[in-house]
Design a binder for this molecule. Structure first.
Ligand SMILES: C[S@@+](CC[C@H](N)C(=O)[O-])C[C@H]1O[C@@H](n2cnc3c(N)ncnc32)[C@H](O)[C@@H]1O
Length: 226
């Protein structure tokens, strides 16, 4: 069913042969961390929607758990901008998408139609545009769970700076490309952020997938009121 309708489901993900951090987002890990943050105040966000393969499962999961959290989906829906040039210079494994317009084979309408088909529109907002322009419009929101699946150095840097200060106590930012060979810009942005903010990473392993995440656990998370 997931394959047919173009979104990932836990049983559609074959376990890896060996434990490794490469490869696409893993729905089981997303669901586990969403579960952990259901009672944390704030919205859910995903940066890096493409065609909605992980956004739809996130929304379906929340609906199944009778959660009424607002879900914000951020993407240019045009693929990568010129900041991908920095990532090309950083090297890493080859990936056909590592170019201006990479992951551009989508549109806001395509994802909106999928949401409509599954009647998932309530409580979901698709925010179209590059993060440097769109994120600040949501500055008064707080977040319980954020899935970053946006590949590039500048995208990770902008998202971490925006979301971490808006994460409620106990909230989680899941980092899809940390240690993923084609995308060393993710590691660069995350490592810089960790060094500047005295934050540490946690690792989650499932089906031989390894994904890293940041959990906010401090008293400063009440700085911003919802
Ligand atoms: C790997 S794809 C997302 C895959 C999706 N989560 C899935 O599982 O199918 C990365 C997405 O990030 C988006 N993206 C990366 N940097 C961005 C930026 N600075 N502003 C807006 N969108 C960005 C791209 O447009 C692309 O759709």
């Amino acid at each position: 069913m997931g394959w047919l309708y173009g979104f990932r489901v836990p049983h559609g993900m074959l376990p890896k042969q060996e434990l490794s951090p490469d490869g696409p987002a893993n729905t089981s890990i997303i669901f586990e961390l969403l579960e952990e943050t259901l009672d944390v105040p704030g919205d859910v966000a995903e940066c890096g929607i493409f065609r909605g393969e992980t956004l739809l499962p996130i929304i379906l999961f929340l609906r199944q758990r009778e959660s009424h959290k607002l879900v914000l989906g951020f993407d240019s829906f045009l693929g990568f901008d010129e900041s991908v040039i920095v990532d090309r210079e950083l090297g890493g494994a080859c990936d056909v998408s590592k170019k201006i317009g990479g992951f551009g084979d989508t549109s806001r309408a395509l994802v909106a139609n999928r949401l409509h088909k599954w009647q998932l529109n309530p409580n979901v907002k698709l925010v179209s545009g590059f993060y440097s322009k769109t994120l600040d419009n949501w500055a008064d929101h707080r977040f319980s769970f954020v899935h970053l699946d946006c590949d590039l150095y500048a995208s990770y840097r902008d998202c971490l700076n925006f979301f971490y200060v808006r994460l409620s106590n106990g909230g989680i930012i899941l980092l899809d490309e940390y240690n993923d060979p084609p995308w060393p810009g993710c590691n660069k942005a995350v490592d810089e952020f960790l060094a500047e903010n005295s934050v540490s990473l946690e690792c989650f392993e499932s089906q031989n997938y390894q994904k890293w995440f940041i959990r906010r656990c401090d008293d400063n998370s009440s700085d911003l009121e919802l």
